[in-house]
Design a binder for this molecule. Structure first.
Ligand SMILES: *[C@@H]1O[C@H](CO)[C@@H](O)[C@H](O)[C@H]1NC(C)=O
Length: 473
C-alpha cells in the first residue's frame, strides 16, 4: 500500500505532460472545462437511455393489463413465432380474471415456461444435526393458483434439483435427514424421476451410485465431495415449496443446494371431440360462454366459466341436450287397398312423406338409419262380415320380427261392420333395426279395410349422435 503514491503520481504527471491535445498553452482550467463538457455529454446520453427505459417499462406495464397476454409461453410463441427467448408476461389462469399476470422466462425454442424463484443460486445449508434442521421455503414469482393452471395446461412439468455434499447424507442408517415439500406441503424423498414412494436419486435410478448399497451418492456419507443431481418430473406434486436438510453438524460436513425454476412444457393432448369445458380450456378456449360438448350419447349444451379453474365449482354448468339429427327421418304412408294376410309385412301404396328414405313403402319395412329412439303410430279400420261368434284382428308393430306393440278391433254382429284400431310405440333402435306392421292374429275373415283409411307414421325422436359418429356411415 505504501508504494502506491510513489507509482501513481509520476504516471499522472507524465500523462499531463505528454497528452497530445494538452499543448503548452493548455491550462488546468481548460482541462476542467473539457472534462465538464464530456461529463454533460455523458449525462445527456444517460438521460436519453433512462427515458427510453421508462417508456419500455410503461409499455410492459400496459401490456401486463391488456389484451395480448397468453396463458403460457407455448401459446405466446404460437401467437408470434418470431419471438426470441426471454422474460415475458403470461397469465395461466386467464387474462383479466383470477390472479395477476406473472413474469417468466420463455424458451422460445422449446416453448417451455420457467417460473423463477428466490432459491435458484447455490445455497450453503450451514451446520446442524437433526433431520430437517435446515429448512428453506421457496418463494416463486407466481401464486400457487397460477402454477396450478400452468401445470394443468402443460403436458409435462419438471424441476431440477442438485445437492453438493461432503459427509452430508440425505439418508443414513434408516434415518431420513433431508426431504422437500411438494405443492401441498407433503414431504417427498425422491430427488429425481417421478416415483414419489421411494427415497431415490438419479444415480439410484441409473444404478451407478458411489456406494452401490445406497440410492443416492450423498448417502455414502463419505468425507469427500459428492453430488446428487436430478430432475423431478412428477407434475402432480410440483412445484417444490420447501427444502429441508440435516446432519451437517461436523465442521468437515457441507451441503449446498441448487434448485431450478419450475418448468412446464407441451400441451395436454385432447385427441377427440371436446366432452367437457376442461377439454375446451386445454385446447385454448378462454372466453366464458355457452358451448356444445359431445355427451355420452347426445350433444350437450353447457356453460363454461373460464374465470375459474377446472377443479373449481361452477367451472362447468350443464344446460341441456342439444337435439341434433345427423339424418332427418320421418315418414307418413297410407294404404288404399284391402289387406288380410297373416304375419306378412303390410306394404303401402301412397307415400305422403318419407324424409331420409328409411321407409320402404313397397315392402312396408322401415330400416333405422341411426341409433336412437323412434316413435311409430298406426291407425285404420278393420272390416268384418256378419257373424255368430266373435271376430277379431290384431295388428302389431314388429321390431326385427318381435312384436313391440299391439292394437286391434273385434266384432260380434249380425251386420257387416267396420271397426277402428290404433297403436303406438316408442322404441330404442340400433342402426339397421327393422320395423313393420303385420296382422299378428285373427279370428274369422276380417280384413284391413280399403279406401285409404290405413295410416302409418314414424319419426326419429332422439338420436344417439355420439354412437352415430363412432359408426362408419
Ligand atoms: C431452450 O431449451 C433447450 C432445450 O432444453 C436448450 O438447449 C436451450 O439452451 C434453451 N434456450 C435458452 C435460451 O435457454
Amino acid at each position: 500500500m505504501a508504494h502506491l503514491p510513489v507509482i501513481f503520481i509520476p504516471v499522472f504527471f507524465l500523462l499531463l505532460v505528454t497528452w497530445p491535445s494538452f499543448t503548452a498553452a493548455t491550462t488546468l482550467e481548460e482541462l476542467h472545462q473539457l472534462q465538464l463538457n464530456q461529463l454533460s455529454k455523458n449525462y445527456k446520453i444517460l438521460e436519453e437511455k433512462v427515458a427510453k427505459l421508462e417508456i419500455a417499462l410503461h409499455v410492459a406495464k400496459e401490456s401486463a393489463g391488456k389484451s395480448s397476454i397468453s396463458r403460457t409461453c407455448r401459446e405466446t410463441r404460437l401467437a408470434d413465432p418470431s419471438l426470441s427467448s426471454g422474460m415475458y408476461w403470461i397469465d395461466p389462469d386467464g387474462q383479466g380474471v383470477g390472479d395477476d399476470p406473472i413474469y417468466v422466462f420463455c424458451n422460445m425454442t422449446t416453448g417451455s415456461t420457467a417460473v423463477p424463484h428466490d432459491s435458484e443460486s447455490p445455497t450453503d445449508v450451514g451446520h446442524c444435526a437433526d433431520p430437517g434442521c435446515y429448512s428453506k421455503a421457496v418463494k416463486y414469482v407466481a401464486s400457487s393458483r397460477q402454477m396450478l393452471a400452468l401445470a394443468h395446461l402443460s403436458a409435462q412439468c419438471y424441476q431440477s434439483i442438485k445437492y453438493d455434499c461432503n459427509y452430508a447424507p440425505l439418508k443414513l442408517n434408516d434415518v431420513t435427514y433431508a426431504w422437500w415439500n411438494d405443492k401441498n406441503g407433503n414431504p417427498q424423498y425422491f430427488w429425481a424421476g417421478n416415483n414419489n414412494r421411494v427415497h431415490i436419486c438419479q444415480c439410484g435410478i441409473d444404478g451407478n451410485c458411489v456406494d452401490p448399497a445406497t440410492k443416492c451418492n450423498c448417502d455414502a456419507a463419505a468425507p469427500i465431495q459428492l453430488s446428487d443431481e436430478g430432475v423431478v418430473t412428477k407434475k402432480e406434486v410440483l412445484p417444490i415449496t420447501k427444502l429441508n436438510f440435516g446432519r451437517t453438524q461436523l465442521e468437515t460436513s457441507s451441503g449446498v443446494h441448487t434448485l431450478g425454476p419450475f418448468e412446464c412444457t407441451g400441451q395436454v393432448a385432447v385427441n377427440r371431440m371436446p366432452s367437457s369445458c376442461e377439454d375446451l380450456w386445454k385446447t385454448g378456449h378462454t372466453l366464458s360462454g355457452l358451448y356444445s360438448l359431445m355427451g355420452v350419447s347426445m350433444v350437450e349444451s353447457v356453460y363454461c366459466d373460464f374465470s375459474k379453474l377446472p377443479h373449481e365449482s361452477g367451472f362447468q354448468k350443464w344446460v341441456g341436450f342439444v337435439d341434433i339429427k345427423s339424418s332427418p327421418t320421418f315418414f307418413y304412408v297410407r294404404r288404399k287397398g284391402r289387406f288380410d294376410k297373416l304375419n306378412t309385412p303390410i306394404p303401402f301404396d301412397h307415400v305422403m312423406l318419407n324424409a331420409g328414405g328409411a321407409m320402404n313403402w313397397a315392402t312396408g319395412i322401415f330400416t333405422a338409419p341411426r341409433t336412437g329412439k323412434y316413435f311409430f303410430s298406426a291407425s285404420g279400420m278393420a272390416a268384418y262380415p256378419k257373424a255368430s261368434s266373435r271376430l277379431y284382428l290384431d295388428i302389431n308393430i314388429y321390431k326385427n320380427g318381435h312384436s313391440i306393440a299391439i292394437g286391434g278391433s273385434d266384432s260380434y254382429s249380425s251386420h257387416w261392420t267396420v271397426e277402428s284400431f290404433t297403436l303406438q310405440a316408442i322404441s330404442d333402435l340400433q342402426k339397421g333395426d327393422r320395423i313393420w306392421l303385420a296382422i299378428g292374429a285373427k279370428a274369422g275373415s276380417g280384413y284391413i279395410y280399403e279406401n285409404g283409411f290405413f295410416h302409418f307414421t314414424g319419426f326419429l325422436l332422439e338420436e344417439a349422435v355420439s354412437v352415430s359418429l363412432r359408426a362408419p356411415n
